[in-house]
Design a protein around this ligand. Structure first.
Ligand SMILES: [Zn+2]
Length: 274
């Protein structure tokens, strides 16, 4: 499950998953009561809502991608996180990709983000208030992790980064927050045993953004969750593995090219608009 391409690759927008093109081409949501069908890696959504380009405490980035759609609970979650971050003295959130208007597979950039429950928030604490939408098309933020991946970069890591990850992990309805293993390691060092750390899980990349995923909202019987994080703060052998020779070794053979997800049958009608 590759979550994001390097920034440079995102700019040129390679089509890694051509089966996502019809989903990306649909300009607006399927009209109806909010309904999630399937899960983050193979799913779609009816009644998605679009996050405004900016609001109190947030600025959406790369809005030309038309990927700021999600279940209404996700939009509320981003707005709530923005409000709590503002109250904590943090800068306006830079909100990256959410999902496409009807969810579904994306032709480039993520294998997940399909069911209207995922959002990428940039790990940025620099004051950037009032950026024009056009400026937000081209900005980038640097990694907060050292090139070797062993630790956060002390020249870039700030208390505000830790606070942002914590606030994200305390979002009501959150399933988990994905960050680079070096970030999780730093949070474990600073706040061992904190209950919210359970929901902060290490993943490849995610060294300049965090990925927040919500659990299936109540009453969404067709929505499929992934297994919840195991009990405990996760500052354990499961984290240590990410720094092991096994985790660092290059893949023994070329990885399999991406395969189309098995979408639930009902998603075909969602794509058509029903
Ligand atoms: Zn993501």
């Amino acid at each position: 499950m590759v979550m994001a391409l390097p920034a440079q690759a995102q700019v040129s927008r390679p089509v890694a998953r051509p089966w996502g093109l019809p989903w990306a081409a649909v300009p607006g949501p399927a009209v109806g009561a909010p309904r999630i069908i399937g899960g983050t890696g193979a799913g779609c959504v009816v009644g998605a809502e679009r996050l405004a380009d900016e609001g109190p405490g947030w600025q959406a980035v790369r809005v030309s991608r038309n990927r700021h759609w999600g279940h209404p609970d996700l939009v509320r979650a981003v707005q709530g996180l923005a409000a709590r971050a503002t109250a904590a003295g943090l800068q306006a959130l830079l909100v990256g990709d959410m999902g496409q208007p009807r969810g579904g597979p994306l032709p480039y950039g993520h294998a997940s983000h399909q069911a209207g429950l995922d959002v990428d928030i940039w790990l940025d604490v620099t004051p950037r208030r009032g950026l024009a939408v056009a400026q937000r098309e081209s900005i980038d933020v640097p990694s907060v992790v050292l090139p070797g991946g062993d630790a956060v970069d002390p020249a870039r890591w700030r208390p505000g980064h830790a606070r942002l990850v914590q606030l994200a992990a305390e979002t009501p309805g959150v399933d988990r927050v994905l960050v680079n293993a070096a970030i999780k390691q730093e949070l474990c060092r600073a706040q061992p045993g904190a209950a919210w750390l359970r929901r902060v899980r290490p993943w490849w990349g995610h060294d300049e953004h965090l990925h927040l995923r919500l659990r299936c909202p109540a009453g969404q019987g067709e929505c499929v969750d992934i297994a919840p994080p195991p009990p405990g703060d996760g500052c354990d052998a499961t984290l240590a593995w990410w720094f092991s020779a096994e985790a660092r070794a290059p893949a023994p053979r070329a990885p399999r090219p991406p395969q189309p997800p098995r979408l639930p049958a009902a998603c075909a009608a969602v794509l058509r608009g029903g």
